[in-house]
Design a protein around this ligand. Structure first.
Ligand SMILES: [Zn+2]
Ligand SMILES: [Zn+2]
Length: 370
């Protein structure tokens, strides 16, 4: 594998769509014991409008390429987790241009299983004390009753349709799955953000009992600013935490929420935990200021931590449009944007005018080529 975070020899994390590569997303491929492939929240999306600007072709390009990569990986995933049904986490079963999805893509992501499983594996649902030996692809999704009305229709599409024979679907919340000595524990429903208005999500904790190490994926708890999420985060004592963080892009990010977030970060850092900023926080250019303003040590983004660099395209959208003002004819929606990336002339002119893009495209090559 060309890029990954090795938490232990049994747990390797490969980020897919994420703000730190230039799209909205919280999707990860996790390789467990070199045998089991797990996907968290396989989807990708883009902010429709940011400071009055539509997505830049760079963003559209990377979103499309990541969607293709996720599609490839989903066919060989053993387990897929859906923490909730927002489009940046869940591949919505109808046409969504900026998420590169439709009914067909949805079915391919969740239902398609081209390989025969490498072996049958034992899964123990500890909550229900069920032991199962399964050779199916398994989907775990938060139960629709825990999400907001605008997510329910999307959720029902998954829950109320007959599934292909080689796929099984299970409620994710409060479930624990043991893959030999590696355990995946799904939280109880946690508020989507600071207050309870936006429904719930589930967090995912992966423990390697052999090495006594834990890694946690927060999903959209907005930096664990709600006491319920804060309690979960501290109680689980994970060594590595992929934390979404608060989103400054909201019109009214309350000061009390910012203070709660600072409190969470201070506690985690004091405890010597490794925090990786993994989602909402990276949508705003205010992130750099934040650390200075509140006297906190800088916390890396996902790709910065794993690849040594990041490209926060949404945060820099205005700047991108001013540096690369694509002409009307170049933005013909019928024209696949990604061809530009392969066009040598285009790429060379980018390298010359904006040396940073060279790193970006080399970076993309690495990420997309495996
Ligand atoms: Zn969400
Ligand atoms: Zn999200």
């Amino acid at each position: 594998m060309m890029y990954e975070l090795k938490v232990t020899p049994n747990i390797k994390i490969i980020p897919l769509s994420n703000e730190s590569i230039g799209v909205r997303g919280f999707s990860f491929l996790i390789k467990i014991k070199q045998k089991y492939d797990i996907l968290i929240d396989p989807s990708v999306s883009l902010a429709p409008i940011k400071k009055g600007f539509v997505p830049h072709p760079f963003e559209i390009t990377i979103a499309k390429l990541l969607r293709e990569k996720i599609l490839r990986l989903s066919s060989s995933a053993d387990l897929i987790f859906m923490t909730h049904y927002h489009g940046d986490h869940y591949t919505i079963p109808w046409e969504r241009k900026l998420e590169f999805t439709n009914k067909y893509i949805h079915e391919k992501i969740y239902y398609h299983s081209i390989k025969k499983h490498k072996q049958t594996f034992q899964i123990i649902f500890q909550e229900h004390e069920k032991k199962k030996v399964l050779s199916k692809k398994m989907l775990f999704a938060i139960s629709p009753k825990y999400v907001t009305w605008n997510q329910i229709k999307r959720a029902r599409y998954l829950w109320e349709r007959p599934l292909p024979e080689n796929i099984s679907l299970h409620p994710a919340e409060n479930t624990s799955i043991l893959l030999e000595d590696v355990e995946i524990e799904i939280s109880s429903p946690l508020p989507h953000g600071y207050n309870e208005k936006r429904g719930n999500v589930v967090g995912i904790l992966i423990t390697d009992h052999n090495y006594d190490k834990k890694v946690l994926f927060s999903s959209d708890i907005e930096g664990a600013t709600n006491p319920k999420s804060m309690n979960y985060l501290l109680r689980k004592e994970a060594d590595v935490i992929f934390l979404d963080g608060i989103g400054f892009y909201h019109h009214k990010t309350e000061q009390s929420q910012i203070n709660a977030f600072i409190g969470v970060l201070e506690m985690l850092l004091d405890l010597g935990k490794e925090v990786i900023m993994a989602h909402h926080f990276n949508r705003s250019e205010m992130r750099e200021e934040f650390f200075k303003q509140y006297g906190l040590p800088y916390i890396k983004t996902v790709f910065e931590r794993i690849m040594g660099a990041h490209f926060l395209l949404e945060a820099q959208r205005k700047e991108l449009w001013s540096i690369y003002p694509f002409k009307e004819e170049e933005l013909n929606p019928k024209k696949p944007y990604y061809l530009y990336l392969n066009g040598e002339k285009f790429v060379n002119s980018l390298y010359n005018n904006y040396p940073e893009t060279k790193r970006y495209f080399e970076f993309l090559d690495k990420i997309l080529s495996n």
